[in-house]
Design a protein around this ligand. Structure first.
Ligand code: SAH
Ligand code: SF4
Length: 384
């Protein structure tokens, strides 16, 4: 099996090139061809040394992910469903705004944390994505969108690791992928514009601060351990006090001087004035000095198996007002791509319901097989 070059950050690619007897600057050239120009064929990399260009196809490949489906929303949001094999699929969502283009990227097929309000969590865990599979989502989206626009200008300015999966439970694949996003020879994204969202894998938050400090979003969802234990089962392992300590410890290395807390608004569960009051006490009182933070309220995207309801608009607004009045900057996330189930946490939507996805994959494979047979028949006819 040849090496997939999407699996490497620049250091990894330099080591790979060195093993082939080539210097580091060749790796820089190669990396730029792949990530800055989106080129997938070695023969198209015209300024690469001839011997390297000829050797590469025998030892390496640049392998993206097959696209199973694409859906475009009226508001410009685009969702891609990628095949990662064995009946599994993951999604990436592109969200255009006036001043930025954000790609929401998946880190795992399924998720082992099992949050009550998350459709990915309800599907269980299939497997970690490789670095190449994480990078492939950006590689495809960026270059596909550039091709469509025909300008060659950068389209994606922000990446949020808020697709399927818990990124900090796939740490070893995540970090090289983040480095590809940040590298000036890669996508050149600023650390402030790459966000890892976590349900609170405390030890890995500490590691991330050392290895690759990008912006951090922490999925809080509850002001007390009793409630958070129910909504985010990982809280039983890393309770709020430890989680908030880890947030404080992350800040000195962080590219921003605050942590973003995400809070999914669930009708009657975590959205009352009492909850808001508890949340204020928690965030302002922690460790005697509070946690510098912003709070992002996410209107819950309902799915039938959850048995939960979205908080009414008025409750969300009142909750935000109460927090803002207490000096905690609180915003309400705009829902985007509602018509295509692209909103965060609903990446799975119904498309990724495991059985249905498997059925779809099987049907698509059948269709492809039929097309292949037809083509083969035509070729045979043509030859006859
Ligand atoms: N596993 C990571 C990142 C992926 S989830 C995490 O939990 O942070 C990204 C965000 O979407 C999280 O804040 C998550 O709590 C939220 N989310 C999950 N399901 C949701 C739903 N049905 N409605 C609204 N937000 C949801
Ligand atoms: Fe996993 Fe995040 Fe969904 Fe929880 S919210 S189940 S951690 S993807």
């Amino acid at each position: 099996m040849t090496a997939n070059l999407l699996d490497y950050d620049l250091e990894g690619l330099a080591a790979f090139c060195e093993r082939l007897g080539h210097k580091r600057f060749r790796a820089v050239q190669l990396f730029r061809w792949i990530h800055q120009k989106g080129v997938a064929r070695f023969e198209d990399m015209t300024d690469l040394a001839r011997d390297l260009r000829e050797r590469l196809p025998t030892v390496a490949r640049i392998q993206g992910l097959p696209v199973l489906a694409e859906q475009a929303s009226a508001d410009g949001t685009i969702k891609w469903l990628f095949d990662v094999g064995d009946g599994n699929a993951v999604e990436a969502v592109y969200i255009p705004e006036d001043d930025r283009g954000t790609l929401c990227v998946s880190s795992q097929a399924g998720c082992a944390i099992g949050c009550r309000f998350c459709s990915t969590g309800h599907q269980g865990f299939s497997r970690n994505l490789t670095t190449g599979e994480i990078v492939a989502q950006l590689w495809y989206a960026e270059h596909e969108l550039r091709r469509r626009r025909g300008t060659g200008e950068r389209v994606i300015s922000n990446v949020v690791m808020m697709g399927m999966g818990e990124p900090l439970q796939n740490y070893h694949a995540l970090v090289p992928a983040l480095r590809v996003m940040l590298d000036d020879h890669g996508y050149g994204l600023s650390r402030r514009r790459v966000t890892v969202s976590t349900s609170g894998v405390v030890p890995m938050m500490e590691r991330l601060a050392q290895d690759c400090p990008v912006a951090l979003a922490v999925s809080l969802h509850a002001p007390s351990d009793a409630l958070r234990d129910e909504l985010v089962p990982l809280n039983r392992k890393y309770p709020l006090r430890e989680l908030l300590d880890a947030c404080l410890a992350y800040l000195p290395a962080a590219p921003r001087d605050f942590i973003t807390f995400e809070y999914c608004m669930l009708d009657g569960i975590n959205d009352t004035p009492q909850h808001a009051q508890e949340l204020i006490a928690l965030l302002r009182g922690h460790a005697g000095r509070g946690v510098p933070c912003k709070l992002n309220l996410i209107p819950f995207n309902p799915f039938p198996a959850s048995g939960l309801k979205r908080s009414p608009r008025a409750a969300v607004k009142a909750f935000a007002d109460q927090l803002n009045a207490a000096g905690i900057v609180t915003t309400i996330r705009k829902t985007r791509g509602d018509d295509i189930d692209a909103a965060c946490g609903q990446l799975a939507g119904d498309v990724l319901d495991r059985t249905r996805a498997a059925e779809r994959l099987a049907r698509r494979r059948e269709r492809l097989a039929v097309v292949r047979v037809h083509r083969a028949e035509r070729t045979v006819e043509g030859q006859a």
